[in-house]
Every structure is written in C-alpha cells, then in structure tokens.
Design a protein around this ligand. Structure first.
Ligand SMILES: N[C@@H](CCC(=O)N[C@@H](CS)C(=O)NCC(=O)O)C(=O)O
Length: 220
C-alpha cells in the first residue's frame, strides 16, 4: 500500500496528493507533523514532509516522489512521453518552485503566521519573484492546461503553489506578483471542477481549521 505522509495544509504534500489522485492510485494518508520529537519524521531524510512510504520503500522530496510514481505506476501518465516535452514539463515545475514558491516562502512568516519579515528579505524576495513571474509567463501555456492540451504534473504543482505566491505577495509586498498573468485565474477555475482538486481543497480547508483550533487551544 502507498502511504502519503505529512499533512494536508502543505502545498508540497498536496502536489503529490494531486498526482496520486489524478493517476487513480489507491493510497492512504498518514498524518506526520513537524514536531522535533516525532519518531515517524525520522523516516524522512531531511525531516521534511511530504514523504512517501510504498510498502516500506521510503522516498522524500515532492518532485522525486512524483518522478518515482511516474516510473513505478505509468498506467496513467502525468508527464509527456516525448523527451523534449517531458523536459519542458519538469522545467516549468522547477522554475515555479525555485523562483516563485521558494522566494515567496520567505514571506510566509508575515503573510500567514503573524510575524514580520525584514525589508532586506522583502527586497530580495521581490527581485527573485519578478524573475519567476517572467519565466512563468514564458513557459506556461494555460491552454487549457499548464503545458497545453493535457493535464500534467505541472498542473498539480502549479495549482498548489501559485495561489500561495499570489496571497503572500499581495499581503506582504502590497501587490500580487502574478497579477499580470490573466490566464491563471481561468485555468485555476477549470481545475477546481476536477474531483481530485476538489478533494485536495476540501481536505486542506479541514486541515487549516484543525490547525487554527490547535493554536487557539494552546493560547487559552
Ligand atoms: N523541497 C521539498 C520541500 C518540502 C517542504 O518545504 N516541506 C515543508 C512543509 S510545506 C517542511 O517539511 N518544512 C519543515 C522544515 O523545513 O523543517 C519538497 O519538494 O518536498
């Protein structure tokens, strides 16, 4: 049995979950939090989530997990079969994660957790995010899917990352770094009609509510 380990508030967890759902694979979810004392987290090489446990084979890093799923369970492919198209699909995911999600992540403490990020961090993040937004416009087609006519791994990754990038930059930098890309909103709306994306959204909302309740209980 495939077990996806982590928690449904994580965008990287949800990227893998979308891939599992869209590939139609049977899997279980195992809640693994980031507590320093969690023995289950020891299974993850860098003590990060998500990680996958496929009958005792443990593998970490969302992109590596998705590549493993593609190799081990090819029946419903989510990466094109032609070498150049395969590379382009993975390039779009890499560019989005390196130059949009990761710099936006530096803003998350202020955007989502009540902290404050320094002017220096904001300036550095803004510079990198501008590079990412330009690269995204060059690489993503959103016609109707991220890579063109068929749904791919890129849709699963971008759909969990881009809304966070927009929200974090709007809240911390005062403007959505992706605002100029008019194709994103209709593409997201179209994906939201798919059962896999609906399930991930529902589970994420439940996870956020549970997290807020735990935080409130700690503060009383
Ligand atoms: N490159 C990793 C990123 C995963 C990641 O950043 N996970 C976060 C939760 S969303 C995490 O485990 N953070 C704990 C930490 O950094 O110690 C992947 O693609 O799986």
């Amino acid at each position: 049995m495939i077990r996806l380990c982590g928690f449904p508030v994580s965008n990287y967890y949800n990227k893998v979950k979308l891939v599992l759902l869209e590939k139609g694979l049977a899997f279980e979810e195992e809640y693994v939090g980031l507590s320093h004392t969690s023995p289950r987290l020891d299974a993850s090489a860098a003590r990060k989530i998500p990680f996958l446990d496929d009958d005792g084979f443990i593998i970490t890093e969302s992109q590596v997990i998705c590549d493993y799923l593609e190799d081990a369970y090819p029946a419903v492919p989510l990466v094109p079969s032609v070498a150049r198209a395969r590379a382009a699909c993975r390039e779009l995911v890499a560019v989005t994660e390196l130059y949009l999600e990761l710099p936006a992540r530096r803003l998350y403490p202020q955007a989502f957790f009540g902290g404050v990020v320094s002017e220096e961090v904001r300036t550095e993040a803004a510079r990198e995010l501008a590079r990412g937004a330009t690269a995204l416009s060059r690489l993503a087609r959103f016609a109707p899917f991220a890579m063109g006519e068929v749904l791919t791994l890129a849709d699963c990754a971008l759909a969990v990352h881009l809304p966070l990038v927009s929200m974090a930059t709007r809240r911390v930098l005062g403007a959505d770094v992706l605002a100029d890309n008019a194709a994103i909103a209709p593409w997201l709306m179209q994906l939201a009609a798919r059962p896999a994306f609906q399930r991930v959204a529902t589970d994420r909302k439940a996870g956020e509510a549970a997290m807020a309740a735990r935080r409130a209980a700690r503060n009383t």
